[in-house]
Design a binder for this molecule. Structure first.
Ligand SMILES: *Cc1c(COP(=O)(O)O)cnc(C)c1O
Length: 249
């Protein structure tokens, strides 16, 4: 006996539906703000979600994934190849580390990720540089800036940024690509845009000092549109793709 459910055609998974909607929002925002949509990359932030969710997003065409917690990320990085089961395709998956970095966790980050968005200290940058395996491409780096100036937030101040940027740009096996920020959450679009504009200005200032940067990692589910308006080249989207996070799990 067949269950009636089995007779329905396969429905699009919720994740692939969400992913499509996010990609459409990016395209619309690009059009609205006169941006080239190919210059806005989508990082799917999969923290707290299981590897099956990542696999589902991958099946829908997503290849860049962002993680915040080292051990959780390592477990998923180790588990995904068994699901994808194609060694060429698994090589196209790009892992980005976007969480706070403790100095005793730099080695697994240097060994397992393509990008790190959350560098905010000389010492962490030096360790990543020393620990990046020589056979891998340079580790792509963004410096995290505390644009809202909240005491509790991660990131360097705009005053500290130039020294850190100059230092990181001298380190072997790291390639400094740009700046990242997580501004204070706000429903006010003008306030969202002001914070992102500040990050874009800081990137511009560094470029004028001879530090060539091409990446602005800014915009999350709640403020993606404002970030694209202000020049984001990479949006980091979690809940709009995977759903609400449950940190208790
Ligand atoms: C969790 C997280 C995101 C994604 O946030 P959403 O609001 O779920 O889109 C983006 N960036 C960083 C640094 C994060 O920690």
């Amino acid at each position: 006996m067949h269950s009636s459910v089995a007779h329905f055609p396969p429905i699009m998974s919720l994740i692939s539906h969400n992913l499509q909607a996010v990609n459409e929002s990016i395209a619309h925002a690009a059009q609205r703000y006169d941006r080239n949509p190919t210059e806005i990359a989508l990082l799917a932030v999969s923290k707290t979600f299981p590897v099956d969710a990542i696999y589902e997003a991958w099946q829908a065409g997503q290849v860049r994934f962002g993680e915040n917690y080292v051990q959780e990320a390592l477990n998923k990085i180790a588990a995904l190849p068994a699901l994808i089961a194609d060694s060429e395709k698994i090589k196209q998956v790009e892992w980005h580390f976007i969480g706070p970095i403790q100095s005793n966790k730099t080695r697994p980050i240097a060994e397992n990720f393509a990008w790190v968005h959350s560098v905010e200290r000389d010492k962490i940058a030096l360790r990543l540089s020393e620990q990046r395996p020589a056979h891998l491409p340079d580790l792509q780096i963004c410096l995290q800036v505390n644009v809202s100036g909240e005491a509790s937030k991660s990131g360097v101040t705009s005053a500290q940024l130039p020294a850190l940027a100059h230092y990181v740009s001298t380190l072997p096996r790291l390639r400094l690509r740009g700046l990242m920020a997580v501004p204070e959450a706000s429903d006010d679009v003008a306030q969202q845009r002001a914070a992102f504009k500040q990050l874009a200005q800081l990137k511009q200032d560094l470029c004028e000092q001879g530090i060539k940067l091409d990446t602005l990692s800014m915009g999350m589910s709640g403020d993606m549109d404002a970030a694209i308006a202000e020049g984001s080249t990479l949006v980091r989207i979690g809940s709009a793709i995977f759903g609400k996070r449950n940190y208790a799990v």
